[in-house]
Ligand binder design. Structure first.
Ligand code: PEP
Ligand code: MG
Length: 756
């Protein structure tokens, strides 16, 4: 228990360290103390220079830090790194791999325990404790270091990213390093960062200069007074029922607010040039950290009370002073968890890229980015958001890289790629108005996915054969209550009319998962396996019926409405929804509205639906495969979780086989099948879908011409051959190589790689 406390405290302190150096200092100081060793050091592995660099020590000579290093595969440190497991020996000098280094001020140490620091399967460095006397470290000490090292890996990469950015500020060091994330929407962009953050989250407040210190000080005082006031009112309201310790907590918080130290220190920071938000953040952190360091669990808890106080002041501060954001001409939106709505808040013509710590290629924010035609790198887990405001960055959405304050050489390279991209889009322009027809004369209708992005892409409207997926969630997400029948009619009528007589497929509300409604909150530990899509519709027929009524009324006189049901898992769900649709139709007729019965289809997104495709096909007019969800459920990979982002792959042979089953199963019942997941807009995957005999493809506007180019470059026969070869493969990476090769042979490599 004591060890656990110490562990917790060290991790807390490391997590809040401003840079790598301070983080490592904390580690070596505290670990040495905790296991009573003579020395504790951290060596970080530099793979390019092939050495382990002494990066912090308590016990060896300080001057050696950063200067002394050990060659990659030599010595005991090298052995820990190679084996990627702890080494615990009581007499190091007698070990064959022992290497005696004098520059560190070492006398031969005997006891040695080294544990690797590993993140994402990669050894980042070695944490080592040493004892002058022979000593075999106890099991609980080994596990202590082991546990600590596992938790530290993330903090180390984070601190490294933060620190590197600090180093760049104001210096002109050549900067070739980049942050890595998931390539989530292709394309490259060069632009200026605008950080987006939650109003109550202190940790993501970007560092900025104060523009009007006087005004900001007054705002701070006002916010503090409001918080004080609300705490007092709460205290007196709860007075009698509140247990004594809670009373004491209120007193302590009020004391802090009144004690001046918090306010004066924040004011001092503002006067020195920090803007009020980050001045508050830094002061709160300084106070909280004092408590973080305490061994006593009760006192340590006070740190979170202080942070809570900070959040309350921040909320007041920001609600008093609505954020006025200036978006530069080439804005790159950066945030911890950028949402689709935040993307849409930026004026369309100014937004050129998006970077987020959370999310991955299949997240809805990635889908919106693709629809807007802007590159996205998501899942950049070490994103130093607070330090990025206003910086120049390069976003490489093909490779998942973000260069912050890049070197001139990097900028030049990306400007060249941008020019090539421009050339490519000029070539694509020439395909406008041409048929999406294979060289052997098979026409594959291409439809548009829309609805999530606010505006209808003008290109899509003229190029697409209709709308294959209209996600109806948007008006529900941006409103403060469920939109009524009238409001929904206006919305659906606009899209039905814009495309008539071409078909428009409206999907019924698919909330839940990563699309919560602010006014309809529900908390689940597994939202993607929970209450989403038609599961909500069946439990709330009033919401579903209102939507269906609006759709039917919007389509009066146009006759191009298709309705599509998401997340179907069982036939009884489908039967229940069909009855509701019939009921809405009959009731409207009774009310005198001349509505027609629409064509109805289901989405195959859940593996169960793949195996029951015949039963579903028998009941509907069409099937559309939602490969975004189908991939997530087949591979058991959360489409938003960057830690497993690499596993998410729609070219996985299991996904291909499932699709073949759907196409074959539906064909037996003459039911048409389309794909409306992002896979349809991926040039490599579209070629495989063509080989499967998919009837149509539906994608975002940015992909239409690219996929058209692929279809016009291949014959259906060749696509079939490629599919057969892909189905014999056992791994997605082999399939990818095959498809890249096929596109390359036709001179289409520019569709999947940066540049031409
Ligand atoms: C899908 O899952 O493939 C799909 C098209 O739906 P969404 O991305 O909106 O979940
Ligand atoms: Mg889906």
């Amino acid at each position: 228990m004591i060890m656990l406390n110490i562990l917790h405290r060290i991790v807390q302190e490391v997590n809040s360290a401003p840079d790598l150096h301070s983080a490592l200092e904390v580690i070596v100081r505290e670990v040495k103390r905790a296991v009573k060793a003579d020395v504790c050091s951290v060596y970080l592995t530099d793979y390019e220079a092939r050495k382990h660099v002494l990066s912090a020590t308590h016990g060896l000579r300080q001057e050696a830090v950063g200067k002394v290093s050990l060659p990659m595969h030599r010595g005991l440190i090298g052995l820990v790194c190679e084996r990627a497991e702890p080494i615990n020996i009581d007499d190091a000098p007698s070990h064959p791999r022992y290497l005696f280094v004098t520059d560190t001020g070492e006398v031969p140490y005997h006891g040695f325990l080294g544990v690797p620091i590993i993140q994402n399967r990669k050894v980042l460095g070695v944490l080592v404790v040493r004892q002058r006397q022979p000593r075999k470290f106890e099991d609980n000490e080994v596990t202590f270091l082991f546990t600590l090292a596992a938790q530290l890996a993330g903090a180390i990469t984070h601190a490294r990213a933060q620190g590197e950015l600090n180093g760049i500020a104001g210096s002109d060091t050549v900067h070739m390093r980049y942050l890595e994330g998931r390539p989530s929407a292709s394309g490259v962009a060069v632009g200026k960062v605008v950080v987006t953050y939650r109003l109550d989250d202190l940790d993501v407040i970007p560092d900025r200069r104060s523009e009007q210190p006087e005004l900001e000080i007054a705002q701070l005082k006002h916010a503090v007074a409001r918080v004080e006031d609300s705490l007092r009112r709460l205290q007196s309201r709860l007075g009698e029922v509140l247990p004594t310790e809670e009373q004491a907590l209120f007193d302590a918080l009020l004391l802090m607010l009144g004690s001046d130290s918090l306010v004066t220190q924040t004011i001092a920071r503002i006067t020195q040039g920090e803007w009020v938000q980050s001045a508050l953040h830094h002061t709160i952190e300084e106070h909280a950290r004092v408590f973080d360091r305490m061994d006593d669990i009760y006192l340590r808890e006070r740190a979170s009370d202080i942070r809570d106080l900070g959040r309350r002041i921040l909320m007041c501060l920001q609600s008093d002073t609505p954020r006025e954001v200036h978006y530069p001409a080439r804005t790159i939106l950066v945030g911890e968890d950028v949402s689709g709505v935040e993307l849409m808040e930026v004026p369309h013509e100014r937004l050129v890229g998006v970077v987020s710590a959370r999310g991955s290629g299949a997240s809805h924010v990635a889908i919106i980015a693709r629809a807007m035609g802007i590159p996205a790198v998501l899942g950049v887990t070490d994103l130093p958001t607070a330090r990025m405001e206003d910086r120049e960055v390069v976003v490489d959405g093909y490779r998942g890289r973000v260069y912050v304050s890049p070197a001139a050489a990097v900028l030049d390279e990306y400007r060249r790629l941008l020019e090539e991209e421009r050339q490519l889009s000029l070539e694509l322009e020439e395909l406008k108005g041409q048929k999406a027809e294979t060289t052997d004369g098979i026409e594959v209708p291409l439809y548009l996915n829309t609805g999530l992005a606010a505006e209808m892409h003008s290109l899509g409207a003229s190029e697409a054969g209709g709308v294959g997926l209209y996600r109806t969630e948007l008006p529900f997400m941006v409103s403060d209550r469920f939109p009524g029948e009238r409001a929904q009619i206006a919305n659906y009528r606009a899209v039905l009319e814009a495309f008539a007589p071409r078909p428009v497929t409206l999907r019924t509300l698919d909330i839940g998962g990563d699309k919560p409604l602010p006014y309809f909150p529900f908390h689940e530990s597994n939202p993607f396996l929970g209450w989403r899509g038609v599961r909500v519709s069946l439990d709330h027929p009033e919401i579903f019926l209102t939507q269906i009524r609006a759709m039917l009324r919007a389509a009066i006189g146009l006759d191009n409405l298709h309705i599509m049901l998401p997340m179907i898992t069982t036939v009884s769900e489908l039967d229940g929804l069909m009855l509701l649709i019939q009921r809405a139709h009959d009731e409207l007729l009774e009310e005198g509205f001349p509505v027609a019965m629409p064509r109805v289809g289901v989405m195959v997104e859940v593996p169960a639906a793949v195996f029951q495709v015949a039963a579903l096909a028998r009941r509907v007019d069409f099937i559309s495969v939602g490969t975004n969800d189908l991939t997530q459920y087949l591979l058991a990979v959360d489409r938003n979780n960057p830690h497993v982002g690499e596993l998410y792959d729609e070219l996985h042979p299991a996904v291909l086989k499932a699709l073949v089953m759907v196409v074959e199963g539906a064909a037996k019942l003459n039911c048409r099948v389309s794909v409306c997941g992002e896979m349809a807009g991926n040039p490599m995957a579209a070629l495989l879908l063509l080989g499967m005999g998919i009837d149509s493809l539906s994608m975002n506007a940015g992909s239409l011409l690219k996929v058209k180019w692929v279809i016009r470059s291949f014959s259906r026969a060749r696509a079939r051959q490629l599919l057969q070869a892909a189905l014999r493969m056992e791994d997605a990476s082999q399939v990818r190589l095959l498809m890249e090769g096929a596109l390359n042979d036709m001179g289409l490599a520019g569709l999947v790689h940066p540049g031409k």
